[in-house]
Design a protein around this ligand. Structure first.
Ligand code: RIB
Ligand code: CA
Length: 306
């Protein structure tokens, strides 16, 4: 059982990953923190609460975090995720209140209360994670590990950028935060576009047909989210569910150990995640291959669970 605190920017694929987590016995989500990324932080916070309430998990606390990257304004991706950040799925607005702590304080408290036990999952820009590490420099060594969706490492033909030609959105949004986290010494499992843009991991209408007749809340919500992306983007990219899948079945992805440079600043190379010659320092696990068929089979079977 993985005890998980999750920093996210829902976002359609964050929401799909959360549905997967709530239906998977290998994961116990004990807290969620929200960050600006796909949408402004007020919206990502409301969206996390909307999904949790709809699926009967409103007991999971949600603590709001950064409204913008460490030292630059937010550039959101609502043009991709729809005006509400969740594919305009029509989920009711939440009744639950946010946790009183700021995300970084919540992250620090969660880890200090259970040293070595918490796996941090991060599927948005790393602004909150960097802020928590700055607040408590011991945090990297007190985490079981950090599983993140982010980066493009040129390990496969799909490992190119999606926000720029070279850079992946989460890293590009806050490269200073990513640089700090990647050099913090935390045990990182990075799931990048090298595997999440593999066509074998993309949900299509054909996959939806397999679940459409099942009338559960999780299936109805997942179908609406997927339908929006299929309608406007051709297929539904499973970036964040693939990061979560690391905790469900570690045979789905292969990882390679590598030293990774994150490029900061505002030039053409902002947010590039470059694999450097290994010097056996600050190595991180980078996803290098995926069994897309088995991953999608697992995803579909789990959301069908009653
Ligand atoms: O590049 C894809 C990542 O950026 C995903 O986590 C998506 O939700 C956005 O946050
Ligand atoms: Ca995300």
């Amino acid at each position: 059982m993985n005890k998980v605190v999750w920093d996210m920017d829902p976002g359609i694929d964050d929401a799909l990953a959360l549905i997967l987590a709530l239906k998977s016995p290998e994961v116990r989500v004990v807290g969620i923190t929200t960050v600006a990324g796909n949408a402004p932080v007020e919206m990502t916070s409301v969206n996390a609460c909307r999904v949790l309430e709809y699926l009967g998990a409103a007991n999971i606390p949600v603590a709001r975090g950064a409204a913008h990257p460490l030292n630059r304004p937010l550039e959101d991706a609502l043009s991709y995720h729809g005006s509400d950040g969740l594919g305009n799925c029509g989920l009711p607005m939440p009744l639950t209140s946010l946790h009183p702590l700021k995300a970084w304080d919540f992250l620090v408290r969660s880890v200090l209360d259970a040293p070595g036990e918490v796996t941090l999952v991060a599927t948005g820009p790393l602004t909150n994670v960097a802020s928590a590490f700055k607040l408590q420099p011991k945090l990297p060594e007190l985490l079981a590990r950090l599983v993140l969706m982010g980066g493009a490492y040129s390990l496969t033909p799909y490992g190119k950028g999606n926000r720029t030609t070279f850079a992946e959105f989460n890293i590009w949004e806050d490269p200073e935060a990513a640089h700090m986290v990647f050099n913090s010494g935390v045990d990182i499992f990075a799931v990048g576009l090298d595997v999440t843009m593999d066509p074998s991991t993309c949900l299509s209408n054909q996959h939806l047909e397999q679940i459409r007749d099942r009338n559960t809340k999780a299936v109805r919500l997942a179908a609406q989210l997927v339908e929006y992306e299929v309608k406007y983007h051709g297929c539904c990219r499973m970036h964040d569910p693939l990061a979560l899948a690391v905790l469900l079945d570690d045979s789905l992805l292969d990882f390679t150990l590598a030293k990774v440079e994150v490029v900061k600043g505002n030039n053409w190379d902002r947010g590039i995640t470059r694999i450097l010659p290994s010097d056996n320092l600050q190595l991180i696990h980078v996803a290098s291959a995926v069994d897309g068929h088995r991953f999608l089979k697992l995803f579909l079977s789990r959301i069908l669970e009653e």
